[in-house]
Design a protein around this ligand. Sequence first.
Ligand code: NDP
Length: 483
Amino acid sequence: MTDLQPPASHFIDGAFTEDAAGDPIDSMFPATGETVARLHAATPAIVEAALASATAGQAAWAAMDGAARGRVLCRAAGLMRDRNRALSLLETYDTGKPLQETLVADAASGADTLDYFGGLAADLTGTTLPLGRDWAYTLREPLGVCVGIGAWNYPTQIACWKAAPALAAGNAMVFKPSEITPLGALQVAAILHEAGLPPGVFNVLQGGGDVGAALVDDPRVAKVSLTGSAETGRRVYSLAAQGMKQATMELGGKSPLIVFDDAGLDDAVAGALLGNMYSAGQICSNGTRVFVQRSVLAPFLDRLKARVEAMIVGDPRDEATQLGPLVSETQMHRVLGFVDRGRTAARLVTGGHRLDRPGFYVAPTVFADVTDDMEIAREEIFGPVMSVLSFETEAEVTARANATPYGLSAGIFTADLTRAHRMAQRLQAGTVWINAYNLTPAGMPFGGVKASGFGRENARAAMESYTRTKSVYVGMGPVDAPY
Ligand code: NDP
């Protein structure tokens, strides 16, 4: 084993904890297929220890004042920034994403979120309602023990995006990363502890869907926040409903990215590349249906093809590499399946094959002449595969963009200010980017509509979603009873 082996599989009650009786989980470096760490799935004893520790830790944490809680989160943000390179390298081994990306998008985004919610923690306010002689006010109380369940594409970022608002509001969290990427969240837990987080307030345990379901099903748990596929979202949401628990569902998408003929074409091509090739396309909010107005379709495709074919594909540990492997062999074969079926219907512009090298690489792929009914225009592929469609009018493209069960994100490239804002209102999506794509600052709410889920991560909305409102009515005079 390499030095990526963590001290133990789980982080519970402020310490690394092991139970080797759990099924083995191997963490594999997707660029080589080499095993870099071996962990174990949580046994029922580990699940119990995590929930008991969270229940005990939460009470003391909630009793602290918000400013003190916030200082812990801000200290953790500083530690993450100090160790950004080591954390980024770990993330690169865990996911296969290029170091060029992980250096700026993973621990760095996690630190931004910890800082943001650290600042907000002292500002968890209610409202007052004057009622003549009487009055009422509201309190925002933490929910208690919350469960976070992560996908494999952004393991460190997802752990921080869920932990920071939950902890800022006075909750404890038990977090389960994807079993494909078990390493990053453990480091987040260790850093939070080093920054002064009391034992039990943030626990990480490993395991698959069965461990996630055991957590969601436990009566001590008040809320679950899931990042994952729509299919898993349906299962987790219905389990949460059985216990009348709160839920945030950050699920998949098939988002439209719309390029009008007045757009800066190079910016639109750059947006389409960012929205399809970053993280080898393994991003839920990607704009995988690129609608280009017919009059600029040919120059758009020419510039796109040239830039895709100039992309540096290689070892993700090399900072020059722009595109690395997919996260796993299973995901690679899934993506290649979409590509093979896609080429029978659409025109392959570039890519379309596995790369002849070790690891799970798919060449950056662009399809043109894609129509709305094709599988590649309907299904979430989660790989470096872009579908280009054409359109004539704003009304037509708006209707086609919305004709999907999903509603996570959308992008518009245009120089026409009024059209941009008109479309932002009409597109069915949780986030709309105008002349930009896939930027998710900590202060901007992020989440989906329709089958892409509900609830928001980031911004004040996320912190409030980890609270419940209590109303307090204050009678100020004699009680007037009719009997
Ligand atoms: P999955 O839906 O397969 O898994 C997500 C997480 O849920 C994993 O930790 C998984 O465990 C766990 N899980 C699976 N079944 C259950 C269950 N019954 N009860 C509780 N937990 C369960 O997603 P992937 O990890 O494959 O991630 C890719 C998907 O996530 C894509 O569809 C993508 O669109 C979506 N996604 C959405 C984002 C968003 O913010 N909207 C962001 C990133 C990804 P395990 O896998 O370990 O078995």
